[in-house]
Design a protein around this ligand. Structure first.
Ligand code: SAM
Length: 371
């Protein structure tokens, strides 16, 4: 028997165990009776989706369909696509927010870009994707990511000619999803980490033709996103704020670079404040009438709903910006065959891991600037 090399140096309480203790304590209360099944899924192998790269000349979609995959975005449960959603009011911290679409009027579900395609193996099928291969121009045919990570970019609802900001963009899965729409006039990509911004550039060069990566189309920066307001305000039609978080899955499965390690306790405790500052910066960067998507990959209410609630309150109090929460409930109906969504969240929507559909966690909440 080979002795495990790290046996003597392994910490008594590895970060993954600390993460599990923390989640057991908080999520058993927050999620109640669904926590045991979410827990078992989180501790099991995750499922991927393949985002189809429209810029590649390979017919990746056809090849993957032959293997039994389906594009979950176009292949939906049509009976679930109803336009008649009741409007509801969400009340918190003295702020009344209409949980409805434009100006409180009901409208049909978002016009989701038909250019975004993401294929998955059927429910319960945990076949792994093969790595994508380069086409004759060196571009890869698909990008492997948690299929639920496609939802924030999809629901951001980018329209032709929009100026878009991706405030925390690296390594670039959601950026690639936004680019598939082929509708963006100008895209600002930012990530405070220089090394991760380099990774983002590599990803872009592996998927997007050079002629789309020019200074006329795109700007890539490594600023502290919380300071974005000092640079640009009231500018963008769409803003994605995909913040750093406790990355619940990673924290449970990998001791390396784990935010539950003892040395990162202060950083972890500061996350909600950083998330709030990033979201407020994203709100300021959007133009009046513009829309902001806040997203995380944690189940934590403190990093999700609480951050959004505080941002709505502070945007109004300190900056005079009124916001409306955009109802995404129709999206959860549309994709209920593919994902498990948390039931009855009072603010935003969340994909919760499930053994038969082991995607997520992904939380998303969309805001519209009224002023
Ligand atoms: N959107 C990315 C994607 O889909 O591939 C993932 C983003 S990841 C969840 C969060 C990112 O926020 C990290 O890359 C991290 O470097 C970046 N970040 C952390 N603090 C930041 C800050 N103050 N300003 C901008 N980016 C920050």
């Amino acid at each position: 028997r080979v002795k495990e090399k790290w046996a003597t140096t392994r910490p008594k309480h590895p970060p993954t165990s600390l993460a599990l203790q923390h989640f057991d304590a908080t999520y058993s209360v927050q999620l109640g009776q669904i926590w045991p099944s979410v827990r078992v899924a989180l501790l099991s192998e995750r499922k991927y989706g393949a985002l189809i790269n429209n810029f590649s000349s390979d017919s990746a979609l056809g090849n993957l369909q032959v293997q039994g995959c389906r594009d979950f975005i176009s292949d939906t449960d049509t009976e679930a696509q109803s336009c008649s959603q009741p409007e509801s009011e969400v009340d918190f911290s003295d702020v009344s927010v209409k949980n409805s679409d434009v100006d409180g009027q009901q409208r049909c579900p978002l016009q989701l870009s038909s250019n975004i395609k993401c294929v998955v193996f059927p429910r319960g099928d945990i076949t792994r994707f093969k790595p994508a291969r380069p086409d004759r121009y060196g571009l890869l045919g698909y990008y492997l990511m948690d299929a639920a990570s496609v939802l924030p970019s999809l629901a951001l609802d980018v329209q032709e000619g929009h100026n878009v900001l991706d405030l925390c963009a690296a390594p670039g899965g959601k950026t690639l999803t936004l680019l598939q729409t082929q509708a963006i006039r100008f895209l600002c990509l930012n990530d405070s980490s220089v090394s991760r911004t380099l990774r983002l550039r590599k990803v872009l060069h592996s998927y997007i033709p050079k002629e789309h990566l020019t200074d006329e189309n795109m700007r890539i920066t490594s600023f502290d996103g919380t300071k974005w307001g000092d640079i640009e305000r009231n500018t963008f039609d769409r803003v994605l704020v995909d913040v750093p978080c406790t990355t619940d899955r990673h924290s449970l499965l990998e001791d390396d670079n784990n935010i539950f390690s003892k040395g990162r306790t202060a950083e972890r405790r500061r996350l909600p404040q950083l998330q709030l500052e990033l979201l407020l910066a994203g709100i300021e960067a959007a133009c009046p009438g513009g829309e902001i998507m806040y997203s995380t990959c944690t189940l934590s209410q403190i990093q999700n709903q609480s951050v959004v609630e505080q941002a709505i309150y502070l945007a109004q109090e300190n900056r005079g910006i009124r916001l409306e929460v955009v109802n995404l409930r129709h999206l959860t109906h549309k994709f209920k065959k593919t994902f498990h969504f948390a039931p009855d969240l009072h603010l935003g929507e969340m994909v919760v891991p499930h053994l038969a559909a082991n995607f997520g966690p992904i939380y998303m909440c969309k805001l519209k600037r009224l002023t």
